[in-house]
Design a binder for this molecule. Structure first.
Ligand code: NAP
Length: 209
């Protein structure tokens, strides 16, 4: 979901904090500045915690177009995106996506049946994926697009540097969860930005505490 008005860009100055022993926040290696190369989860979720209806649909996001105004400043920080296989398949089969407007990496255990331009499937160590993307697309951050399954994989390895979550004032009751049950350790986060849109969408941005 695209969000946030430029005029309300309270998040813009948020910079992930360097973590001891790491080249950039959340990175295991690399020489980028602390403000680039971060993995930025940026999603819209229902108030009851879902990213999609049981059939994968996200039409319930449609009434909240005002929250899309903030997408421009966010996307300016991004050089590449990562998505889970289900999100990719959904975009291709349901919306006919033929690309995502930027270098895109699909985390999957299986080959892509119909490879799209600019889309690279990846199976393996997620740290290696990040190292590869940072080397290939320097100077910006990496959008972790979701869904919940791939986000869980990144959270389990503590690879998410920035979490931007737009809560939509809708309860959908059932669906695909943003944060499915996981085994990652408890961790605290630090609020670095917040914005309420007229439609009732509230976006929160967090870094590691
Ligand atoms: N509201 C929003 O902002 C938003 C954002 C993004 C997506 N969505 C929606 O979310 C839904 C999909 O979410 P989801 O949670 O069901 O699925 P997902 O996270 O998009 O994809 C999960 C799949 O990714 C692959 N995967 C995950 N971790 C992996 C790892 N470590 N190694 C290899 N493969 C891995 C697996 O695919 P295989 O094992 O099958 O290869 C897994 O089944 C879609 O309906 C999409 O439209 C909504």
């Amino acid at each position: 979901m695209a969000k946030r008005s430029p005029s309300a860009s309270k998040h813009a100055a948020a910079k992930p904090r360097r973590r001891a022993g790491r080249g950039r926040a959340g990175a295991s290696s690399g020489a980028a500045t602390p403000s680039t190369g971060n993995v930025h989860l940026y999603v819209g979720i229902s108030l009851d915690g879902y990213i999609a209806a049981p059939d994968g649909g996200v039409q319930w996001l449609d009434p909240y177009r005002d929250a899309r105004s903030g997408f421009a400043p966010f996307i300016k920080t991004i050089r590449a995106c990562i998505m889970g296989r289900t999100t990719y398949d959904h975009a291709v089969t349901r919306y006919g996506a033929t690309g995502f407007g930027m270098p895109s990496y699909v985390v999957t255990h299986r080959p892509l049946e119909t490879p799209q331009s600019g889309v690279v499937p990846f199976t393996g160590d997620l740290k290696e994926l990040l190292a590869m993307i940072r080397a290939a697309h320097p100077g910006g951050d990496i959008w972790l697009m979701g869904g919940g399954g791939v986000t869980r994989s990144f959270l389990e390895e503590d690879l998410v540097d920035i979490l931007s979550v737009a809560f939509v004032p809708t309860l959908i009751g059932a669906g695909l969860p943003m944060f499915p049950p996981s085994t990652f350790r408890e961790r605290r986060l630090r609020l670095v930005g917040q914005h309420a849109y007229p439609s009732g969408v509230v976006e929160l941005r967090y870094l590691r505490a």
